[in-house]
Structures are given as structure tokens and as C-alpha cells.
Design a protein around this ligand. Structure first.
Ligand code: AMP
Ligand code: GLY
Length: 429
């Protein structure tokens, strides 16, 4: 079948590699894609928020399946648009409808959903400009640090963690005054959870689910988890501390009630669920849901998936995911992200990239790359390219991915030197 994958990052490059390998895939289009995806399928210059244009393309190119990489089109209702447009309704869409996408699109919706279904998460309350004084009073009942979350999508910047009560109150006022525009017209204030974070991924047909490999990402720009938040500076899969016992708790306390909750509430959900978790003394708590795969987690999770992902997605479409198992490579994947100097603040684009020599069992995934007018590979984003190595052990996977990353060169390239080091420490302890 012809498949259209929406998105342009490393997540999409990694997904495209698995999709293109499937015997079920005849032609793979990626919109808009990047220089890396152009080598796996055909890039198409579409604005993925222009649903009519995406729909027209799908009809003209006899697309039978559309896989949605990022959250924005899902939250804006691309799955609904396809389901409700007669010419498009037969196309399989991997990604939830607008209502299910609220799990990511509204923190308040997600928290209330968890409360209704007894899913462990931090205690919280939601405030608006009209209840600002109650919000300040609620902050006084909590212990430092204070967690404030813009209700809506805020490009990953909508969460503030403040140590000082007066500052937290001031930030709450700023948010409700429109610091993040419409996204912070409601603000979730919640209890701080102390622990180690990890990401768990689920593929669901709305009834049944498959748990995909777990991963950990590294959000801060600097060594030792310091400095500004980024889209993610690297990832590791599996997560050593997420052993069978912990994952059993994740499945029974979180994944099962989440999928059952969606089903009970008649929310038709076909796609990925990304559960951001905190391991608090051996017990999992949900920090957030996303309605898509993570980036750069996908770059270490997808290379480990040996099952035919297109077949799995066909089972998602017809509600028979219970007939599938998941074949996972037992090795460890480590992904090191290379970014443009200055990222996540101001950085240069258009720098020529030299990829260097390939290494066995190490893949490069393009995140922000393009081909310039002279046919050269150039940087086109903050996160530019990542190297993922598969190896028997975590130290070896890290060693190999850093080795490969060393060979990639452009002016101003930066990478975090300590991806995976915290996990190595927990393994020694
Ligand atoms: P989110 O956008 O919800 O993933 O939040 C961004 C980051 O803030 C998370 O990845 C966590 O590191 C942190 N965070 C969010 N909520 C909490 C919480 N309740 N306790 C501790 N850290 C949190
Ligand atoms: N790596 C975190 C995210 O994709 O949101």
C-alpha cells in the first residue's frame, strides 16, 4: 500500500526506516520530511496543518495509510477530518481523533481523565484568571518546588518548576495573564514528584494494546542535566531500572486503565500513547500523556522493533491488535543528538554537514537537515542529526554512538557528553 507519514524530524526518519522495510509498503511519502527521509521515501512539500491539501495529496497518490508523527495536526483534528470526508474515510489514520488527542492537548483533560480512572499522578488543581486567588492559596498548601503547567500546547515550554513560593505565585499570575497566550488561560498547579523519569510507549487500537520498548530521554542542554530545556538531547532504550516488576506495575496501574478508560468513555483511539512517567521509590506516576511517539525516544525505540510495523498498524485499524505480538531486539539502543551551537536559543542554519564514515550497527537519523541549492547537506534546525547504536550492553552502545557522532562535522556542532551516564550509575549502585 501507499503510505503517507507526516512530520519532519528524527522521529519521522526513524519511523520511515521501519515502515519502508515492510513488505506491505509499496510507496512511502513523507510530508514534509528532511534530507534523511528523502533517502527512505519521497518527500512531499505539504503544510501538514493544511488538511485539505494533505487530503488532496492522499487521494491523488492513492494513499491507504497515513501515520501522523507530531501532535499538532492530531490536536487540530486531522484524524476527524479524514474520517468525516467521504473520499478520505477509508484511509487508515494512525493517530487519535481530536477528543483523544486532548490527552496531550489539555493538561486539565489529562489530569481529570487520570482521576476518573484511578491512574496514579501528582495531586493537582486547575485555575483560570477568575480563580487566581484560589490558585495562590492552593500553592501555599503545597511544598516547594512548585509545578505550574499551561493547560494547552505550548511547544514544550509550558511547564514551570519554581523553588520559591512568591516566585511561583508571580509566575501563576503571569501565566493566567497570557504568558503562553491561549494555552495558559487555564493553569494546572500540581504536587512535585521526586524520582527518575522514563517514557513508556503503547500502540493501541482503542481496545487492545501492545507495550513498545521503554526509553529515557535527556531534556536539558547541558552536562549533568543543567541549563535550558530542549526537545531532547539523546535517548536510551531499554531503561535498566524499568525491570519486569516495575513494568508490571506500569502496565496494571497505568496502561491498562488508560486504554480501558478511553474505551469506556467511547473515545475512539487508534495510535500511539506516550506515557511520561516518574519512578517514585519504585512506584510509577504519570507526569504527562502525549498522543504520539517521543523524539528522540523513537530513534532508540524503533530500531529495536523487529516486527513489521505496517502490519501492526493494519491490525490497529481493524481493532485486532490482540492477534499480534511484538518482536523486540534485546540489545540496547543509545541515541546521541547533535545540535547547532546556541540551541535551544539562537542558532545558525545552512551550515554544510560532513557525515563521515558509516559504522556497522549505527544509524544516523536526520532531525533538522535539508539539501541546499548546490545539492549539499546543510543544517536546517536546532536538533540536526542523531546517531543510534545497537549493542549488547549500554556502555558499548554509548561508546559506539559517540564514536559515530564524532565523525559527523559542521561548524558549531554540539552534543551532550553524558547521555546514559546516570543510568550507568544506577546499574552500579
Ligand atoms: P511535561 O511537559 O508535563 O512533560 O513537563 C515537563 C517536565 O517537567 C517533565 O518532563 C518533568 O521533568 C517535569 N515535571 C512535570 N511535572 C512534574 C511533577 N509533577 N513533578 C516533578 N517534575 C515534573
Ligand atoms: N522527548 C520528549 C517528547 O517527545 O516530548
Amino acid at each position: 500500500m501507499n503510505i503517507l507519514l507526516l512530520g519532519s524530524g528524527g522521529r519521522e526518519h526513524a519511523m520511515a526506516c521501519n515502515i519502508a522495510k515492510s513488505e506491505r509498503c509499496e510507496k512511502l511519502y513523507i510530508a514534509p520530511g528532511n534530507a534523511g527521509t528523502a533517502a527512505v521515501g519521497e518527500n512531499v512539500a505539504l503544510d501538514i496543518m493544511d488538511f485539505e491539501a494533505v487530503g488532496r495529496f492522499a487521494i491523488e497518490h492513492r494513499v491507504e495509510m497515513m501515520v501522523v508523527g507530531p501532535e499538532a495536526p492530531l490536536v487540530a483534528g486531522i484524524a476527524d477530518y479524514f474520517a468525516e470526508t467521504p473520499m478520505l474515510a477509508k484511509i487508515i489514520v494512525i493517530g487519535p481523533r481530536k477528543q483523544g488527542a486532548q490527552l496531550e492537548g489539555s493538561k486539565d483533560f489529562a489530569k481529570a481523565f487520570m482521576l476518573r480512572h484511578g491512574i496514579p499522578t501528582a495531586a493537582y488543581r486547575t485555575f483560570t484568571a477568575a480563580t487566581m486567588a484560589e490558585g495562590e492559596a492552593f500553592l501555599e498548601t503545597l511544598r516547594s518546588p512548585y509545578v505550574l503547567k499551561a493547560d494547552g500546547l505550548a511547544a514544550g515550554k509550558g511547564v514551570l518548576i519554581e523553588a520559591d513560593l512568591a516566585t511561583a505565585k508571580a509566575r501563576l499570575r503571569e501565566m493566567l495573564d497570557g504568558k503562553f497566550g491561549e494555552a495558559s488561560s487555564s493553569v494546572v498547579v500540581e504536587e512535585y514528584l521526586e524520582g527518575i523519569e522514563l517514557s513508556v510507549f503503547v500502540l493501541t487500537d482503542g481496545m487492545h494494546y501492545l507495550m513498545l520498548p521503554s526509553a529515557k530521554d535527556y531534556k536539558r542542554i547541558g552536562e549533568g542535566d543543567t541549563g535550558l530545556n530542549t526537545g531532547g538531547m539523546g535517548s536510551v532504550s531499554p531503561v535498566p531500572f524499568a525491570d519486569a516488576d516495575f513494568m508490571q506495575k506500569v502496565e496494571s496501574r497505568i496502561v491498562k486503565p488508560t486504554v480501558q478508560g478511553l474505551h469506556k468513555e467511547k473515545i475512539d483511539y487508534k495510535g500511539f500513547i506516550f506515557v511520561g512517567l516518574m519512578n517514585v521509590g519504585g512506584d510509577p506516576y504519570v507526569i504527562e500523556y502525549n498522543v504520539r511517539m517521543g523524539d528522540p525516544e523513537t530513534e532508540s525505540v524503533f530500531p529495536r522493533i523487529k516486527s513489521d510495523v505496517v502490519e501492526l498498524m493494519e491490525h490497529v485499524a481493524d481493532g485486532s491488535l490482540n492477534q499480534c505480538g511484538l518482536d523486540v531486539d534485546p540489545r540496547t539502543a543509545a541515541c546521541v543528538m547533535m545540535v547547532a551551537g546556541g540551541y535551544p536559543e539562537k542558532y545558525k542554519k545552512g551550515q554544510p554537514i560532513s557525515l563521515g564514515e558509516d559504522m556497522e550497527e549505527v544509524q544516523l537519523f536526520h532531525c533538522g537537515t535539508a539539501t541546499d541549492g548546490e545539492g549539499r547537506l546543510v543544517t536546517a534546525g536546532g536538533r540536526v542529526i542523531c546517531a543510534t547504536a545497537l549493542a549488547r550492553t549500554l556502555p558499548e552502545a554509548l561508546h559506539r554512538s559517540y564514536n559515530r557522532a564524532e565523525r559527523v562535522k559542521w561548524e558549531g556542532k554540539y552534543q551532550r557528553p553524558d547521555i546514559g551516564q546516570d543510568l550507568l550509575r544506577t546499574m552500579i549502585d
